[in-house]
Design a protein around this ligand. Sequence first.
Ligand SMILES: Nc1ncnc2c1ncn2[C@@H]1O[C@H](COP(=O)(O)OP(=O)(O)O)[C@@H](O)[C@H]1O
Ligand SMILES: C[C@@](O)(CCOP(=O)(O)O)CC(=O)O
Ligand SMILES: [Mg+2]
Length: 329
Amino acid sequence: MTTSSAPGKVYLFGEHAVVYGEPAVPCAIERRARVTVERREDERLRVRANDLTLDGFTVTWGGETDTRPDVDVPAPLVEAATGYIDGAIAQALDAAGEPAAGFDVTVESDIPLGAGLGSSAAVVVAGIDAATRELGAELSSEELADRAYQVEYDVQDGQASRADTFCSAMGGAVRVQGEDCRRLGEVPTLPFVVGYDGNTGDTGELVAGVRELKHTYGFAADAVESIGDLVRAGEAALRDGDVEELGRLMDFNHGLLSALGVSARSLDTMVWAAREADALGAKLTGAGGGGCIVALDRTEQTHTALEYTPGCTDAFRAELDTEGVRVER
Ligand SMILES: Nc1ncnc2c1ncn2[C@@H]1O[C@H](COP(=O)(O)OP(=O)(O)O)[C@@H](O)[C@H]1O
Ligand SMILES: C[C@@](O)(CCOP(=O)(O)O)CC(=O)O
Ligand SMILES: [Mg+2]
C-alpha cells in the first residue's frame, strides 16, 4: 500500500491566457490531495473518494466486465473516479512497463473540488506517484508533472496548460509558458487569503468560452495578450519583492478575466469585499465561473470581511507550500 500527496494552488496571475502560450505564475498552497493505492489480485479498479466537502462514494469498474455502474453520487466525483484516476493509473502502468494491474484507490482531499484550487491536478499527480511506487518504480517530479499534464489534457478535451500539474508536482511558486516550466527561486512572503463561494466552474466549458471570444473579437485576443504583459510586469515585481505592485496587478488581472466572461457575481462580490477591506489586490483563481478568489492581505481584515460576505461559504489563509508531491508512507 502506498500513499502520496500533492498540493493545490492559487494563481497569482495568468490563468486562461496560459492556455494560449502566455506566461502564468501559480503558487502551491498548503492544502493537499492524498491518494492511497493498493494492488489487487484482479485487474479491476476500485475507487473510494472521500472529499471533505462531500460525503464520498465507492465505485468499482474495469476488468472483464467493463460496465459503468449506476450510482447516485455527484457527477464530478464519478468523473474523477473514472477520468482522472483512470488516466493516472494508465500513466503509472506505462511508466512502470506493466501491461495491466488492478488497484484499490482511496482519494482524500482538503482542496475544494472544481473551485480553481487545482484539485484535479493534485489528485492526478499524487495518483501517478502512488501507483508508480506501488508497482516498484519511481518517477522524477518533472516526469510526474509531464504525465499528469497528459491526463489533464485528455480529460479536459485537449484544452489544458502545464501550469496546474507542474505546480502541484514541484511545489512553491512556478512560472509556466507553453512547455517551459520552471520553479521560481526567492519570492517575497505572499499573504494569500482565499474566499470560496461553495460553487464549481466547469474548466473545459470556461476554457472553450474564452477560445470562442478570442476567435470572434480581436479585442478579446488583445485581452489575452494583455494578461501576458501583466504577468511579465508581475515577474519583475516578484524579483523586486514589491508586494503592493503584485496586488495592483492582481486587480488588473481580475478585470481582464471578467471581460473574458469567466467571473461570476459571487466571485466579484468576494473580490470587492476584499478590496473594501484594504486587501493589496484580489482576483478570481483558476478557471472561474464559481469557486475561489485569492487576495493579498498582511492583516486579518480581508479574512474577517470575507467571513461576513453573503455568498462566501469559507475563507482561509493559504500558506505557500514549498513542497510538491511527496510519498506519505
Ligand atoms: N477529492 C476528490 N476526489 C475525487 N475526485 C476529485 C477530488 N478532487 C478533485 N477531483 C476531480 O477533479 C475535478 C475538478 O477539477 P477541475 O474542474 O479542473 O477544478 P479544480 O482543478 O480547480 O479543482 C473534479 O470534478 C473531480 O473529477
Ligand atoms: C483555466 C486554466 O488556465 C486553469 C484552470 O485551473 P483550475 O482547474 O480551475 O484550478 C486552464 C489550464 O491552464 O489548463
Ligand atoms: Mg483543474
